[in-house]
Design a protein around this ligand. Structure first.
Ligand code: KG4
Ligand code: ZN
Length: 363
């Protein structure tokens, strides 16, 4: 372990958030977040109902410099104060990754600093350690627009995948259901809002993979069931929309409770930990019904739930800077010719499964 305090600039450009942040890591491993600038491109992509890679890359080029300047000013730091620069190197959209990596490498070269190429998923995985001590190993549930997976987080760069989606990501399922119902993009928050007024028992949607012995997820069958239901209803009333959303959310919550039970058991088989921790990250962690499910399941199975605040659950550069700080402390720096990796699973040993670090997916 490094015995020095370090200051890291992090850059995130893997999908539709352009972000720059500055964090400090003390010699004892504690973190401080000095600035966390994020510009969401949601409005740029909304007319298309999803992320358009070319628009995303152009927006990163346009805004990254300004965000870096603001992040540095807010931290009261100049480039000469930095210990290293960290950029997201994958997984994600190639155009965006190249923008953030070129910028990070240029700053590192110009100021003679180490460069750190960060796996975006490792950023999500290590975020709780920026906020408070969180000893390895812990169980991670990552639920975003592009990923849905359980990882056993065993150390920096040490991950074991317990399960992943075999088709759609959870956020993607929310977005697709929203689209079917004519709700705005991104769909997760819209579905949640409509669900609050709905009847969760009106439609009995399937619970894919419920009872299965592994820790995988599947959402495409559920999405198809929703589509068939919506087609059967014809012209949708407000009540129909609310009831579909509430019934869909309930089916998801049921699936998640079942999958969590499996993952808890698997994690306990792997590790003899007195006070096991479940960390949940990714945009879907904002969903209140799911959060209540995670709390209830943790309580039932003796796990402590850690969900970072929403702005650190969704894509940001603080997590990239922090993962950089943790890697730098171990001397894990990268060369300036490190190539972007649009596909980059956290656990490189497990067999690849569609839906795990897949090309072009949001992470
Ligand atoms: O982590 P995130 O901000 O971006 C990446 O995917 O990297 O996650 C975005 C996803 C979208 O699919 C969005 O619809 C979903 O998270 N989401 C939600 C909620 N808020 C965001 N899904 C369900 N309920 C929510 N309240
Ligand atoms: Zn992400």
């Amino acid at each position: 372990m490094s015995s020095t305090t370090t200051l890291i600039l992090g850059l995130e450009t893997s999908c539709d958030e352009t972000a720059a942040a500055v964090v400090r890591r003390d010699a004892d491993g504690r973190g401080t977040l000095f600035s966390n600038q994020v510009r969401s491109q949601v409005k740029d992509h909304a007319p298309f109902g999803g992320v358009v890679p070319e628009i995303a890359a152009r927006a990163h080029v346009e805004h990254l410099d300004g965000l870096i300047a603001r992040a540095m000013a807010e931290a009261g730091a100049s480039f000469s104060d930095l210990s290293a620069v960290a950029s997201t190197a994958g997984p994600g959209l190639l155009g965006g990754l190249l923008v953030g990596m070129m910028e990070g490498k240029a700053i590192a070269l110009a100021h003679d600093l180490p460069f750190l190429a960060i796996n975006h998923l490792e950023g999500h995985a290590l975020t709780p350690r920026l906020l408070e001590p969180c000893a390895f190993p812990y169980l991670l549930l990552l639920i975003s627009g592009g990923h849905t997976q359980f990882q056993s987080v065993e150390g920096i760069g040490q991950y074991k995948r317990l399960g992943t989606t075999i088709d759609d990501a959870l956020g993607e399922a929310f977005d697709k259901v929203a689209k079917l119902l004519g709700l705005a993009y991104p769909g997760g928050p819209e579905v949640e809002k409509a669900a609050r007024r709905g009847n969760p028992t009106r439609f009995d949607f399937p619970r894919p993979l419920k009872g299965r012995a592994d820790c995988n997820f599947s959402f495409s069958g559920l999405k198809t069931a929703v589509r068939e239901c919506v087609q059967g209803l014809g012209l949708l009333t407000e009540r129909d929309i609310a009831d579909v959303c509430a019934s869909f959310e309930t089916a998801i919550a049921d699936c998640m409770a079942d999958r969590l039970k499996r993952a808890f058991a698997t994690f306990r088989e792997m590790h003899d930990v007195d006070h096991p921790i479940l960390v949940v990250a990714g945009g879907v962690a904002a969903n209140r019904k799911l959060r209540a499910t995670f709390e209830a399941e943790c309580e039932k199975h003796g796990f402590t739930l850690r969900v970072p605040p929403f702005h650190l659950c969704t894509d940001n550069a603080a997590m990239i800077a922090w993962a950089g700080a943790e890697r730098l402390a171990l001397g894990l720096t990268d060369e300036l010719d490190f190539a972007a990796k649009p596909r980059w699973p956290l656990d490189t040993i497990s067999a690849p499964v569609y839906g795990s670090g897949r090309l072009g997916a949001k992470a």
